[in-house]
Design a protein around this ligand. Structure first.
Ligand code: SAM
Length: 150
């Protein structure tokens, strides 16, 4: 259900219908998982419950290893999350999402280029819609063609 809740094109009612549960079940599930997310950084991997999704473990790894504690961010080399020219390092994007948004927020990137934002949002439990003037062909299903000036 967590993955469905990250689909930016579905309403909560549609998700509830799909999983045959009530809207209050969806709300409870979201609250529960949102509560776990910030705490997960403080938990040991063994403490994660069986029913926790694999990607909660991934989220813990990000908090442990990729979130900067200070306001000078440094990378010794590009992180090659994608091969798009002018790409924004995915690690910086994860930090921006961590400090400036909440889980399940909807993020819009009108200059998505190599789709770094989408990849970072997947790791960080954020919903994401992206557009670009020239979407790269192999991400064209996710990055919609749109000129922000029109
Ligand atoms: C520096 S790249 C973005 C790179 C992206 N953040 C990444 O990590 O891969 C800037 C992008 O802005 C797009 N762009 C430029 N003018 C635009 C416009 N008027 N409307 C939409 N996208 C535009 C370009 O096609 C290019 O993909």
């Amino acid at each position: 259900m967590a993955l469905a809740l990250l689909n930016p094109y579905k309403t909560q009612q549609e998700i509830a219908d799909e999983f045959n549960v009530s809207l209050s079940t969806i709300e409870r599930f979201k609250k529960d998982i949102t509560f776990k997310i910030p705490n997960i950084g403080k938990m040991k991997v063994e403490e994660l419950q069986k029913q926790d999704l694999d990607f909660l473990e991934e989220y813990k790894n990000i908090i442990d290893n990729e979130i900067y504690l200070y306001n000078i961010w440094n990378l010794s080399k590009g992180d090659k999350a994608n091969d798009y020219y002018g790409q924004f390092p995915i690690r910086f994007m994860k930090n921006l999402l961590y400090y400036r948004t909440k889980p399940f927020d909807l993020i819009y990137d009108p200059f998505a280029g190599g789709a770094t934002t989408i990849d970072a949002c997947r790791f960080m439990f954020r919903k994401c819609i992206t557009t670009d003037l020239n979407p790269i062909p192999h991400r064209a299903e996710e990055v919609w063609k749109h000129d922000i000036l029109v």
